[in-house]
Design a protein around this ligand. Sequence first.
Ligand SMILES: Nc1ncnc2c1ncn2[C@@H]1O[C@H](COP(=O)(O)OP(=O)(O)OP(=O)(O)O)[C@@H](O)[C@H]1O
Length: 244
Amino acid sequence: MSLLETRGITVRFGGNTAVDDVSIGVDEGRITGLIGPNGAGKTTLFNTVTGLQKPASGRVLLDGADITRLAPARRAHLGMARTFQRLELFLSLSVRDNVRVAGDILRANTRHRVDVDKETDRVLSRTGLGDIAHLEMSDVPTGRARVVEVARALMTSPRVLLLDEPASGQTEQETEDFAGLLAGLAAEGLAICLVEHDLPLVMKLCSTIHVLDYGAVIASGTPKEIQESPEVIAAYIGTEEVTA
Ligand SMILES: Nc1ncnc2c1ncn2[C@@H]1O[C@H](COP(=O)(O)OP(=O)(O)OP(=O)(O)O)[C@@H](O)[C@H]1O
C-alpha cells in the first residue's frame, strides 16, 4: 500500500472532464513523477489530493485512511505539504520569515514541544538557503524562490510532499542543486510527488512516472518504460521530447 493513494478520482468542470478516473500511488522514500501536456489535469489532481478541489467521484487515501472529505488544513496536519506552480510567497517578508510562517502547522503536527526558530534554521540550512535568509523575498530570483516554497513545505514536517513545477524558472545549476536536495529528502524517507515539465529532471529523479493526457493516465512505469511507451510518444508529438 502506498502512503498516498488516489482511487478512481474524477473531476469535472462543466462538461469538461479535467481528471478522468485516476488511480496512482506515492510511496515513502521515493519520488513519483506526474507528467503530461499542458491542461492534462496535473494541477487539478494536486488540488483534489490537497483538498482545494472536490472530486465528482473517487477517493484520496493517506496511510490507508480516507481523507477525501477533509479540509486542506486537516490534511496539512496529517502530514501533507505542497508547493504551487505560481509562487505563493509573501514578497515583503524575508526568506526566513516566509519559511517560519509554517511554524504553526509544525506545532500542530508535532506532539512534543518544538522550537520553531531552531527548526527554521535547520530547514534553511538543509535547503541551502542560509546565505539569503535575510533577503526580502522580492529581491530573490525565481529559481531560489522555488526552493523557499519547498523549505516552507518542509517546515511542516511532512510525510508527503507534492511539488507543482518546482524547477520552473531555475538555472541549470539551480536545477542540479535542487535535484540533489530532492533525492536526499526521498532518501530520508519522504514521499514526493513531482509535477514537472523538465523531463530530463523527472527521468533522473523518479522511480515511477505516471503520464496524464486529457485527464486520464495513459502510461505508468519506470523512466525507461515511459520513454519507450508508444502512447506517451504519441501524446507528446509536437509538444515535447520524451528523451532524457
Ligand atoms: N477552475 C477551473 N475551471 C474550469 N476549468 C478548469 C479549472 N481548472 C482547470 N481547468 C481545466 O481543466 C483541465 C486541466 O487543467 P490543469 O491545470 O489541471 O492541467 P495541468 O496538467 O496542470 O496543466 P499545466 O501543465 O498547463 O499546468 C484544463 O482543460 C483546464 O482548462
